[in-house]
Write a protein that binds this ligand. Structure first.
Ligand code: SAH
Length: 414
């Protein structure tokens, strides 16, 4: 937000290309120098490039003239804000009250209890310690290192004691990247997933801990993860945000529609619960992660492709995404536990994420939508990303066979 002592204009440098969307956004290229004239919100600033004025996403620029040693540069991980939020109960209540999520982890421990006997485990980002406590109560590991960077760790120690688990669970307060353990671990368990799987990029901490602390042949939980996508109809969301302006109180407010589109459809809609009947096709996994082989550098840009066959006629408004993760079994012949956050499973606190296209298109059974998705990690704000979608709608109708292309990039930040 605009702070009173800021003097405009401020020079900033673009950190990546931005194509802009609609007439109010300013397109720019990586390295461009822009002048910011106002900061009407923390996300969108009003800026100028070569005499053209428009909104720019604040996450795509950094202060002009700043050097790497400049201590006034904000922390690109925004750790203070991030860990502060996990120091309060709001998020922990939301996660613990999410039964499908929490029960999935409990099920993993129960179904692997024989194999966990005498194992050394790390619970990375233990929060209130729930997973570590499940391990201590439902299996017999020799030790669980419960690592937590936020101040919640102080309470977690109390909870471990209160539940008589202090002989097995050792709470270590600190960032996983910085803590020291007496030795390597057999199992690394963590609940690191964010919106669209990767948002907030806690997964990076998990990969670094894996490379440092997991024994050769050790187990990763989750063991694999996938991002799933489906083309969808979103009639009521579209009406709520766009049709509204057609005739409120008998007046024509349509000049506000392009602003509405920009305001409501530029970012993805988090916490969206898609009705399964709004899926226009069978969902498909577009990005798959193997938690044993994934590298931190792979996270910079993740690519996926899709080809959907429309199986019910309707209006294509965009895509909905969610994720699922698998916990491979340590038991001989055991089956993996899966946590699926999609519309065909019990809703979780992640819900789903809706990406609205700018123009609804009628589609018919037999049409196909093919294209690609790219998750670009923000080069500066390391917990953020931009999701780019490109698609072609191929009509199957004999008399009007046609192809309509679409492309849109969605910045994702809090
Ligand atoms: N395991 C808990 C909490 C999951 S939320 C549960 O299932 O309920 C993720 C937690 O990881 C948060 O409490 C956050 O503060 C912590 N965390 C994230 N990155 C971390 C890191 N690099 N080191 C230590 N803790 C981290």
């Amino acid at each position: 937000m605009q702070s009173e002592d800021e003097e405009f204009p401020i020079e900033v440098i673009a950190l990546s290309d931005f194509t802009g969307n609609g007439s109010d956004q300013l397109a720019f290229a990586n390295g461009d120098r822009l002048l910011v004239h106002a900061k009407p919100s923390s996300d969108w600033w009003w800026a100028e490039l070569s005499g053209v004025i428009g909104y720019i996403p604040a996450s795509h620029v950094c202060p002009g003239g700043a050097t790497e040693e400049d201590t006034s540069m904000p922390d690109p991980w925004q750790d203070e804000e991030y860990f502060d939020s996990y120091g309060t109960l709001k998020l922990h209540l939301e996660m613990l009250a999410d039964r499908s999520r929490t029960e999935a982890y409990r099920q993993v421990i129960i179904s692997n209890s024989a194999s966990l006997k005498d194992k050394v485990m790390m619970d990375l980002g233990c929060g209130t310690g729930i997973i570590s406590l499940f391990c201590a109560q439902l299996a017999q590991p020799s030790m669980v290192y419960a690592v937590e960077a936020s101040s919640m760790a102080e309470y977690t120690k109390k909870l471990v004691k209160q539940n008589n688990c202090e002989e097995v669970v050792s709470v270590l307060q600190g960032r996983a990247e910085e803590i020291e353990l007496p030795g390597q671990v057999d199992v690394l368990v963590s609940e690191w997933m964010g919106n669209c799987l990767l948002f907030e990029f806690m997964v990076e901490s998990v990969l670094l801990a894996r490379d440092r602390w997991l024994k050769e042949g050790g187990v990763m939980w989750p063991s694999s993860a996938a991002l799933t996508l489906v083309p969808c109809q979103a009639d009521s969301y579209f009406s709520e945000k766009m049709h509204f302006w057609e005739r409120p109180y008998g007046l024509d407010f349509t000049p506000l529609q392009s602003l509405a589109q920009q305001e409501f459809f530029t970012k993805p809609k988090f916490s969206y619960l898609i009705d399964p009947t709004d899926c226009l096709s069978t969902p498909c996994d577009v990005i798959q992660l193997d938690m044993y082989t994934l590298q931190v550098k792979d996270l910079e840009e993740m690519h996926g492709h899709f080809q959907f066959w429309i199986d019910r006629s309707g209006t294509f408004h965009g895509f909905t995404a969610w994720f699922n993760v698998d916990f491979k079994s340590m038991e001989p012949g055991g089956t993996a536990v899966q946590l699926d956050t999609g519309p065909h499973s019990e809703p979780t606190h992640w819900k789903q994420t809706l990406f609205m296209s700018d123009r609804p298109v009628s589609v018919h059974e037999g049409d196909s939508i093919s294209g690609s998705i790219v998750l670009h990690r923000n080069p500066v704000w390391r917990r953020h990303m931009t999701v780019s979608l490109h698609w072609n709608i191929n009509s199957s109708s004999k008399d009007a066979s046609s192809c309509q292309a679409g492309t849109k990039s969605f910045p994702m930040w809090r």
